[in-house]
Design a protein around this ligand. Sequence first.
Ligand SMILES: Nc1nc2c(c(=O)[nH]1)N=C([C@H](O)[C@H](O)COP(=O)(O)OP(=O)(O)OP(=O)(O)O)CN2
Ligand code: ZN
Length: 169
Amino acid sequence: MVSSRIYHRHLTFHIFFFFNIFLRIMGDLTKQPKGYMIRRMTFSACHRLHSPMLSDEENKETFGKCNHINGHGHNYIVKVTLFGEINHNTGMIMNMTNLKKYMQQAIMIPMDHKNLDKDVEFFLMKPSTTENLAVFIWQNLKSIMSEPELLYEVEVYETENNIVKYRGE
Ligand SMILES: Nc1nc2c(c(=O)[nH]1)N=C([C@H](O)[C@H](O)COP(=O)(O)OP(=O)(O)OP(=O)(O)O)CN2
Ligand SMILES: [Zn+2]
């Protein structure tokens, strides 16, 4: 009686053990490779660095020439990176054409050829720094994309030397 109970316990253990190994092998066999895909877009806009949280003097001191009352312009470059599984059937993480549409909506429509501080509501109460631009683009993309979990990084080049990356943290 006792030995039969021990036998059953051993049997159950072995069934669980081998079933686990089987699941792991199946998981590895069906696992799809993951990759990063990047699309780049450029837009032109003007802005002035000025914070409503600071006095005029503090603004001048903080932002220097970028606080000049009449503003200045940039040819921004934005790189959006997605990270995810390369679909077995399509060979794509996402169709680049779809990402292009999302970026048009999230970047070009609100910001291209605009005065960022006056035309974009997001910057009415926030300075239009490259950091804030990256956050704005990230939030826009997240709200538009059908698979927002694929969004990995937004990179904004204000000039060829001034670059900000944002990963939603
Ligand atoms: N942390 C940040 N600092 C600054 C930002 C910003 O967005 N985040 N932005 C600016 C200005 O907008 C400005 O236009 C940048 O000008 P500048 O430093 O002159 O940039 P350049 O690349 O043109 O200058 P180089 O000297 O050729 O590098 C300022 N700071
Ligand atoms: Zn600037």
